[in-house]
Design a protein around this ligand. Structure first.
Ligand code: GDP
Ligand code: CA
Length: 308
């Protein structure tokens, strides 16, 4: 069974990790958001690609949701000694990833090529595909601070500014990275990870051909809700949906994806919403901080997808 997962960072990486552990090696492709990518100290940073890669390699920091386990922050400490604000955390070992990626991009390699190289070196058997090799920049229009680059909104201002609108600069011209459309066309099922629908999944859907390819596929397409009891497990999903006048609940997730998905996994505590969701639903415990819970959820998901 070939499966494709669409993923952002934390929520996406958690489920992708569970799926990778349940499926035969090589049968999972993860299409990852690159709308958060940016340049810091001249380095090409791809936060969501790295979060997925570190999780699938078993190297992710267990609490932060970004970065490597057992990493240090000496470079950042030195930056602060120089008077640099250093609002974006970069681990010392983590720097190796950014240095190699930056060097590869400077020498003319594509983001998808260097991603394949790094994931292979870490022994990852799943395919990790950036949504596009072209630059897409998620921009956040805020009430309090005007137009912000994504990482300024998310990290520097800790997603506190009130959001008016989101745009995906460059998306209309962005082509899917090599392998993305092929993976979707060969998939026996497509999983929308419990990622932020607006900030993590929408940029992927905005890349040329991706949304239409999914809509045209006659295979089960299933999402796992990132919201439990109207709250995000982590990050701004609920706050942001609310500010954008979207229904910040699992029902709102179902509405947001509409006909893209056939089914939505919701939390048991949200079971009462099922009757208001037009797609099929499966209620279970969708919180998965530990590897055991990721594997349990992935098994339940795969069983369900098999029956749809
Ligand atoms: P980001 O790039 O790190 O913001 O990553 P994502 O968009 O992939 O993930 C953020 C979303 O993941 C948030 O909306 C969280 O609510 C959701 N999330 C994180 N952990 C879990 C979990 O264990 N279960 C579920 N269902 N959602 C989660
Ligand atoms: Ca992200």
């Amino acid at each position: 069974m070939n499966l494709v997962a669409l993923a952002g960072g934390v929520g996406g990486a958690r489920l992708a990790d569970g799926l990778a552990r349940c499926l035969p090696p090589g049968s999972l492709s993860v299409i990852v958001n690159t709308g958060d990518d940016f340049t810091r100290y001249g380095l090409a940073i791809s936060p969501d690609l790295d979060t997925v890669m570190y999780n699938l390699a078993g190297l992710a920091h267990p609490i932060n949701g970004w970065g490597l386990v057992d990493d240090s922050q000496q470079m950042i400490e030195m930056m602060r000694r120089y008077g640099d604000e250093a609002w974006f955390g970069l681990g010392d070992r983590d720097l190796a990833t950014h240095l190699l990626r930056t060097q590869a991009l400077h020498s003319g390699k594509l983001l998808s090529e260097v991603t394949a190289q790094l994931t292979e070196a870490l022994g990852i058997k799943s395919k990790i595909l950036p949504m596009s090799d072209n630059r897409v920049a998620t921009m956040v229009e805020t009430v309090d601070r005007g137009l912000l680059e994504f990482q300024e909104y998310f990290v520097r201002y800790r997603w506190q500014p009130v959001v008016k609108a989101i745009c995906y600069d460059g998306a209309e011209l962005a082509m899917p990275a090599p392998g993305v459309i092929e993976a979707l066309e060969q998939a026996d099922g497509i999983i929308f990870c419990p990622s932020n629908p607006v900030l993590s999944v929408e940029p992927i859907l905005q890349v040329q051909g991706i949304r239409d390819t999914i809509l045209n596929r006659n295979v089960p397409c299933v999402a796992v809700s990132p919201l439990i009891g109207g709250k995000a497990v982590k990050g701004p999903a609920a706050k942001l949906m609310d500010e954008l006048s979207l229904d910040a609940s699992s029902r709102g997730i179902a509405t947001y994806y509409g006909t893209l998905i056939d089914g939505l996994m919701i939390d048991t505590s949200d079971s009462d919403l099922a009757s208001a969701i037009p797609q099929k639903t499966l209620a279970t415990n969708i919180l998965m901080p530990t590897v055991e819970e990721r594997v349990r959820l992935a098994h339940e998901l795969l069983d369900w997808v098999g029956k749809l």
